[in-house]
Design a protein around this ligand. Sequence first.
Ligand SMILES: [Fe+2]
Ligand SMILES: [Fe+2]
Length: 480
Amino acid sequence: MHIQQVDYDGLIPNNVGLNNDARVKRALEKWHPGYINWWQDMGPDGFQQSLVYLRTAVSVDPKGWAKFDYVRMPDYRWGILLAPQVEGRTVPFGSHKGAPAWQEVPGEYRAMLRRLIVIQGDTEPASVEQQRHLGKTAPSLYDMRNLFQVNVEEGRHLWAMVYLLHKYFGTEGRDEADALLERRSGDADTPRMLGAFNEKTPDWLSFFMFTYFTDRDGKMQLEAQAQSGFDPLSRTCRFMLTEEAHHMFVGETGVTRVIQRTCDAMKDAGIEDPNDIAAVRRLGVIDLPTIQKKLNLHCSLSLDLFGNEISTNAANSFHAGIKGRFREDRLKDDHQLESATYPVLRLKDGRFVTEDAPALSALNMRLRDDYLTDCGLGVGRWNKVIEASGIAFQMKLPHQAFHRQIGEFSSIHADPQGNVLSDDAWEKRKGEFLPSDGDKDFIEGLMQPEIRPGKFASWIAPPKVGIDNKPGDFEYVKLA
Ligand SMILES: [Fe+2]
Ligand SMILES: [Fe+2]
């Protein structure tokens, strides 16, 4: 079998030769019913029998890897797909740099690798759980379809990590795979592992912000793991990144369309002041300052996912050759960083200062910086839309110290511009920076489903082009 072709004959589509690996095949087939139960319980609520126009990966050839068709979600072919093996690949960084990439888990790094895979795996089902109610308030069938596409692919990403656990980590791996189906986003007793994945995604603007900011954290983590000296992890992550691109497309274009609709409605009504919130809301669209508050919330929650600015864990996993930097292969340095430094934003006596830290310890900070650069690109495009409408308003990424629960800035309060605030001032003013109960109620009130093909809710503009080049009135979901 050619690696780029996927074997679709068995229960579990794959390009990893599962038919020749009886032990892993059996283990995964045993895990499968629990997964389907989880999907039925925690996947999209109310749409399991609907026919959804979904893409399914049929190959890992970047030139044509997916096919589109109507599928009932529980029948989606969740498969195990690894990017092709690169002949002669070596460990690209760290103390083993230049040694042949590992095809088996190096014993000394077993615990480190397992933890990395489990944390990545835990985020995948978590977002499906967070988003499970959104189908009922979809602003169009087009958006509903995109939501479900993201959901089934997050399910596939769970499969990707569960494969690694079963294949390479024995009984411990099996137990971890089972536990991935037991934790629940937001559950008081068995929550998901990371903070942002226990938050609610109550409305569609949150969903778009989540896919823009939080899926982008996923992209950064996958990029760093795609560099791994453990070759199966690298290959898994490389293929996941092709799917992940669509998730960020959904986020970026979703927010663009919300902003576009608001600007168009303001122009039509002759409203020039973006801060005249009551007047803008009367038009049935979301005012720009409230969109900014949502941005502040999701950006700050996602920054926490990068962990502490100074981290021994990050240093160890780089040193070990397990987790690299963002696009390590394009960086021009010694890829070992034993004596290099990196500038880190720190808090000293209540003021922000930039201090050089050992580059190995500062790897989380570096990945977060790369992330913010990436985040900024889409924000710039959002501002172009506002600018073209002649409205005097700019979206901005909040300061890194704003609304943080983890790391250097978790001990203080700061506004989105980075002014340090007293506890009192924060309590009084946080409603200016983050969605207030009133904002949430207003947005919730707008979330009325629109299920007529080609129609869109009042608060969002149609997309420029359809999925798979389908026409504007295409029936992306045939509701059951
Ligand atoms: Fe994912
Ligand atoms: Fe994603």
